[in-house]
Design a protein around this ligand. Sequence first.
Ligand SMILES: NC(=O)C1=CN([C@@H]2O[C@H](COP(=O)(O)OP(=O)(O)OC[C@H]3O[C@@H](n4cnc5c(N)ncnc54)[C@H](OP(=O)(O)O)[C@@H]3O)[C@@H](O)[C@H]2O)C=CC1
Ligand SMILES: Nc1c(N[C@@H]2O[C@H](COP(=O)(O)O)[C@@H](O)[C@H]2O)[nH]c(=O)[nH]c1=O
Ligand SMILES: [Zn+2]
Length: 327
Amino acid sequence: MKQHETYIQRCIDIAKNGLGSVAPNPMVGCVIVSSEKIIGEGFTSPYGGAHAEINAINSVKDKSLLKKATLYVTLEPCSHFGKTPPCADAIIKYQIPKVIIGTIDTHSKVAGQGITKLRAAGCNVIVGVLEDACKEHHKRFFTFHNKQRPYIILKWAETADGFIAPLSKDEQKPVWITNEYSRQIVHKWRAEEQAILVGTNTVIEDNPSLTTRDWEGKHPIRIVLDKKEALSKGFNVFDDKAKTIVIKEKTVKNIYNALFKSNINSVIIEGGSKTLQLFIDSGIWDEARIFTGKSFFKEGVKAPKLKGKLIADEQILDDTLKVYVNN
Ligand SMILES: NC(=O)C1=CN([C@@H]2O[C@H](COP(=O)(O)OP(=O)(O)OC[C@H]3O[C@@H](n4cnc5c(N)ncnc54)[C@H](OP(=O)(O)O)[C@@H]3O)[C@@H](O)[C@H]2O)C=CC1
Ligand SMILES: Nc1c(N[C@@H]2O[C@H](COP(=O)(O)O)[C@@H](O)[C@H]2O)[nH]c(=O)[nH]c1=O
Ligand SMILES: [Zn+2]
């Protein structure tokens, strides 16, 4: 029904307010409708806080309206005690008669039990409205629970002739290929993901900070690969601006297992070439965001090679940004 789709789309739109602060919880959106009017809305609070359904219920001024309202939500309401009590119980307590759900929650602690609980209490439940859009919206959470690994975004910047760094450089910092606007977009992306990962050489040669200093939002957890324990504690990635995890694992499978155990739902991998190619060759990646600047290095560290489905192609002034998905 068109009306259901409109309200679920609204749930998805407001849920995006949680991007970058709710993980490892899913960023859920919820809308409550009575007599064709939205009477309450909510999205997931920062990690450890209230779920979307509770925020939506709390936002309804006249609670008596809930007894004849319809609750729309992107993801099946939870049925277990986590950091907060079950949302299904709150829906039942307020006797909300109808619940429209985007997609079921495959997380083993829920997995249909929220729906069963609601139906057992007499609630009319419809599941699967804008299901594909809700699955895409919850891609980080679903990848983590269904594939037991984080959602993996590859990102790099290459020159017009295909290099990510010159052959040699005088200073221990990046040689910038992209313009300041592209670099600010990267800080926004860092704020959206739970973690950022780089290889050993990148730490040694660039001494990167890997923070979100040019954007509002929290710094991601920094992950550095260091299988030979070659990194001293003086590098910027070990300052106190953000948490840093050192991974000594060698294979992609062991690396993402380590990330899974650390409860990391999403990671942006920013290089260098060897590290990116390691993930590309294993086939374990979800998205790639590649900038091409206008400068030429003629020689240097070659950019990784990747095949994927192009889903976006845009200009950031003189830089080109192409986004691929792994298909
Ligand atoms: N333009 C851009 O977007 C970016 C550019 N850069 C540039 O790239 C250069 C570094 O790239 P690159 O030399 O490819 O290095 P990486 O940063 O990818 O680091 C690779 C190194 O990490 C070691 N390593 C440690 N653990 C692992 C592991 N589990 N898997 C694989 N490697 C591991 C490798 O050891 P071993 O050799 O023993 O396998 C290798 O020496 C720098 O000059 C930097 O400026 C970096 C990031 C982004
Ligand atoms: N050179 C280059 C990039 N390099 C990446 O950015 C890292 C530096 O991070 P930070 O110290 O936080 O600014 C660096 O180590 C490498 O991973 N990124 C880009 O968007 N464009 C560029 O031209
Ligand atoms: Zn809940």
